[in-house]
Design a protein around this ligand. Structure first.
Ligand code: DAH
Length: 354
C-alpha cells in the first residue's frame, strides 16, 4: 500500500507537470481530488478498512492529499502567470509601425486665409478681436454713423430676428461691429483685426447669405492716412506673395470713415493673374475713423484718431487660389476640400513666407 500511495503521487505529479493550461489543470484536479477522484476514492475506502489497515495507510494518504493540494496550487499559479505573459506578448503594440493610410484631415481654405491674415497683421502688432453674430441695431449700424433710414442700410440686405425688440436684433452684416466693441472696452492706443462671420440676404455664385469678413482698426494719437496706406500695401503684398504688387487707393464713401477709400490691386482681367496686366480689381474698403464714430464709442476725437478697413475673406481666398465659384466653400464636398484644403501640419507662419 505505501508503494501504491507513492506510485499515485508520482503519477499525479507527472500529469500535473504536463498540464498545458488551466483547463487541463482543472480537469486533472477534478479527476484526483474531486468527489469521485482517485485520491478521494482511496480516502473513502479507509472508512471500510480494518483498523490496522486504516492506521497503516491513513496518515500516508492524508499527507499525500496535503502535498497534492499544495502542488496543484503551485501549478495553477505557474499556469496563470504563463497565460498572462502570453497575453501581454500577443497584445504588444508596435509603436514603430507606420500609421494606417487614412486620408489626413485638411484645413479649409477659409480657415487658412484667416490664419494667414492673422499671421501678417500679427507681425504688424495687431491683436485679434471678436464681436457677436447676433447684434443690436446700434452695434451694427447706429454707433457706426448709420442712423435709421440711412441709405447705407439698404445696401446691406439684413436678416432681422423676429420678436427681438424695437429695433429688432439682427445677424451682423459686417464685422465693423467689432470696432465699436473694441473702442468701448480697450483703452487706446490699440491695433486690432477681427475675422468673423457676417450675414446678408443674398445668394448667387459670388454671394452667400453667410460669409466672412475681416475688420481692422488702429487707434492712436497720431495715426495718419499714411499709416493706413503703408499697412494695407504691406498686407496685400504679403498675402498675395507679390512684393511689387501695385495697389491703388480710390476715394469712396463709407458712413463710418472720413475720408474713405476703396483699395484696388493690379491684375490681368483676362488671365486672372494678380500682380500682372494693366487692370484694377477692387479688394477692400478703408478710411480714417469718422470723428462721430469715435465720439459714439467714448473716445475724444480731438485726442484720438485712426484708420479702419474691412475685407471679404471668401473674395481674398478665391482670388489667391483662382477659384471661380463661392458655393463649394459651404458644401462639404470632400473632393473639393481635398483639392483646395491645406495641410494641418503646415500652419501659416510669416517667417516661413506663408
Ligand atoms: N463694413 C464694410 C462692408 O461691409 C467694409 C469696410 C469698409 C469696413 C471701410 C471698414 C472700412 O472698416 O473702413 O462693406
Amino acid at each position: 500500500m505505501p508503494d501504491e500511495t507513492e506510485a499515485l503521487r508520482a503519477a499525479v505529479l507527472a500529469d500535473l507537470e504536463a498540464t498545458p493550461d488551466l483547463r487541463a489543470w482543472d480537469a486533472l484536479r477534478v479527476a484526483v481530488l474531486g468527489k469521485s477522484g482517485t485520491l478521494t476514492a482511496r480516502l473513502k475506502a479507509l472508512g471500510t478498512a480494518t483498523p490496522e489497515a486504516r492506521r497503516a495507510h491513513g496518515a500516508a494518504l492524508n499527507a499525500l492529499k496535503t502535498d497534492l493540494v499544495a502542488a496543484f496550487e503551485t501549478r495553477r499559479a505557474a499556469l496563470e502567470s504563463a497565460a498572462l505573459a502570453a497575453r501581454l506578448a500577443a497584445d504588444r503594440v508596435d509603436v514603430t509601425l507606420p500609421a494606417p493610410a487614412a486620408p489626413p484631415g485638411l484645413i479649409h481654405p477659409i480657415s487658412r486665409t484667416i490664419e494667414e491674415i492673422i499671421a501678417i497683421f500679427g507681425a504688424m502688432g495687431f491683436g485679434v478681436g471678436d464681436g457677436f453674430d447676433i447684434e443690436s441695431d446700434w452695434f451694427n449700424f447706429g454707433a457706426l454713423n448709420i442712423p435709421p433710414h440711412h441709405p447705407a442700410r439698404a445696401d446691406q440686405d439684413t436678416f432681422y430676428l423676429a420678436d427681438s425688440g424695437t429695433p429688432p436684433r439682427l445677424l451682423r452684416t459686417q464685422t465693423s461691429d467689432v470696432q465699436v466693441h473694441t473702442m468701448l472696452t480697450t483703452p487706446p492706443p490699440f491695433r486690432v483685426i477681427a475675422p468673423g462671420r457676417t450675414y446678408r440676404a443674398d445668394h448667387d455664385a459670388t454671394h452667400s447669405p453667410m460669409f466672412h469678413q475681416c475688420e481692422g482698426i488702429a487707434i492712436g494719437e497720431s495715426i495718419t492716412l499714411a499709416n493706413l496706406k503703408g499697412c494695407l500695401i504691406d498686407f496685400l503684398r504679403a498675402f498675395f506673395e507679390e512684393p511689387a504688387l501695385k495697389v491703388r487707393f480710390r476715394a469712396s464713401y463709407f458712413p463710418f470713415t472720413e475720408p474713405s477709400m476703396e483699395v484696388d490691386i493690379g491684375w490681368d482681367r483676362h488671365s486672372g493673374e494678380i500682380g500682372r496686366g494693366v487692370d484694377w480689381l477692387e479688394i477692400l474698403g478703408s478710411g480714417m475713423v469718422h470723428p462721430r464714430v469715435l465720439a459714439n464709442c467714448g473716445l475724444d476725437p480731438r485726442q484720438w484718431q485712426g484708420f479702419a478697413f474691412g475685407m471679404g475673406i471668401e473674395r481674398l481666398t478665391m482670388l489667391k487660389h483662382g477659384m471661380t465659384d463661392l458655393r463649394p466653400f459651404y458644401e462639404s464636398d470632400l473632393r473639393w476640400l481635398r483639392h483646395y484644403g491645406f495641410s494641418a501640419l503646415a500652419p501659416a507662419l510669416l517667417h516661413e513666407g506663408l
